[in-house]
Design a protein around this ligand. Structure first.
Ligand code: TYD
Length: 201
């Protein structure tokens, strides 16, 4: 059986992490192997790079290259073998986050990102991407009450506005794989939307 690659995206504070357990339980009920992972990270080397990426200031080109170094390791060590076994892989963030954060918010030219993407991924794209979308103010409010922010979470409204615009542009460009979830609703309502999408697979 062919594997299935699902990615979860959204601005910091959109609440995607809250819904991951529900999603994994529903998928596991299908009897298929489910592999849950995240980016940056997902491998021992990737988790070390994550520490640097989330806390160390660096040029946006360095940041993009390190994101894709972590992603290459993640694909080769974990994602591709799991898909080849027929597993369902659920990754908390993937390349759409690079487009949103490094291109949209930080200004890396799209052509440079496309070059990295095609080098590291070839033709591989997620089968399904859930985008948890909230207005910028909501995201900032939710983050304000949270734990110590990492360097991305510590950015201001303009950064978040560029980030959201790029995520929504990606969703509009690839409507066949994106599902945009209005995450500015009660947890119950968002959970219901997530369940509907997963059950329709
Ligand atoms: P996040 O997924 O929000 O984890 P947590 O819920 O533990 O805070 O943190 C990952 C951060 O990395 C997030 O701010 C987005 C950023 N990021 C990029 O800038 N580019 C990328 O390609 C990826 C995968 C993540």
């Amino acid at each position: 059986m062919a594997g299935l690659f699902i990615t979860l995206e959204g601005m910091d504070g959109a609440g995607k992490s809250t819904h991951i357990p529900t999603m994994l339980n529903l998928l596991a009920a299908s009897g298929r192997e489910v592999v849950a992972t995240r980016e940056p990270g997902g491998t021992p080397l990737g988790e070390q790079l994550r520490e640097l990426l989330l806390h160390q200031e660096m040029h946006v080109e360095t940041e993009s290259l390190l994101m894709f170094a972590a992603r290459a390791e993640h694909l080769q060590q974990l994602i591709l073998p799991a898909l080849a076994r027929g597993a369902i892989v659920v990754s908390d963030r993937f390349t759409d986050a690079s487009y949103a954060y490094q291109c949209g918010a930080r200004g890396l030219p799209l052509a440079k990102m496309q070059a990295l993407e095609s080098w590291v991924q070839g033709d591989l794209q997620p089968d399904l991407t859930l985008l948890f979308d909230v207005p910028v103010e909501v995201s900032l409010q939710r983050l304000a009450g949270a734990r110590t922010p990492d360097k991305f979470e510590a950015q201001g409204a303009e950064f978040f506005a560029r980030l959201r615009a790029q995520y929504l542009a990606r969703a509009a460009e690839f409507p066949q794989r994106f599902r945009v979830i209005d995450a500015n609703r009660s947890l119950e309502q968002v959970k219901k939307s997530v369940e509907e999408i997963i059950l329709s697979l």
